[in-house]
Design a protein. Sequence first.
Lengths: 120, 110
Amino acid sequence: EVLLVESGGGLVKPGGSLRLSCAASGFTFSSYSMNWVRQAPGKGLEWVSSIVSSSTYIYYADSVKGRFTISRDNAKNSLYLQMNSLRAEDTAVYYCARSPLLWFGPMDVWGQGTTVTVSS
Amino acid sequence: QSALTQPASVSGSPGQTITISCTGTSSDVGGYNYVSWYQQHPGTAPRLIISPFTNRPSGVSNRFSGSKSGNTASLTISGLQAEDDADYYCSSYTSSSALVFGGGTKLTVL
């Protein structure tokens, strides 16, 4: 079964840091581009970041550029999102999702999400 | 990276056909054939229903179809069923080497 499982969410104070993880199983992780997408409470989806299979190319939304870092470890079938200088507006459910073709192509498998709450 | 424009809500009765629009610019929807559509039920992760490469992924009903004209993409759902009651999002590649989602449309099956 193809599966993505996020972890690492929690409550953090403004200005703090958090590292999210996404464990992949059931497919050849190293062959896929991966993405982080978030959804604030009661709001729509927002693309956060993408990384190609080899980690050669990485892309970020303007809203997180300079604060968030996406990375992956193909040997461990894992995707990460290091989040620094967190703000209240970063509060959201964070999903990891895979893109089977181009990095900006459709996301065909999604995890269940992990919740990040930024509050004092 | 402004969100693509979708109607906040649409509704229809079982058996009817509805269309959800997704309007962008020549820098995203109009400039590339990379529009995808996602369905999301409350409390669950989004699900890909329309792909620009394969149209409908395996397992997605042929009642769902996508199209594009100029800067506007559309999702059409025919033969509405109760289980179609959900939120729908479009997404597109942009000339800024980014991805952008629409604001989302809540479909209510009456």
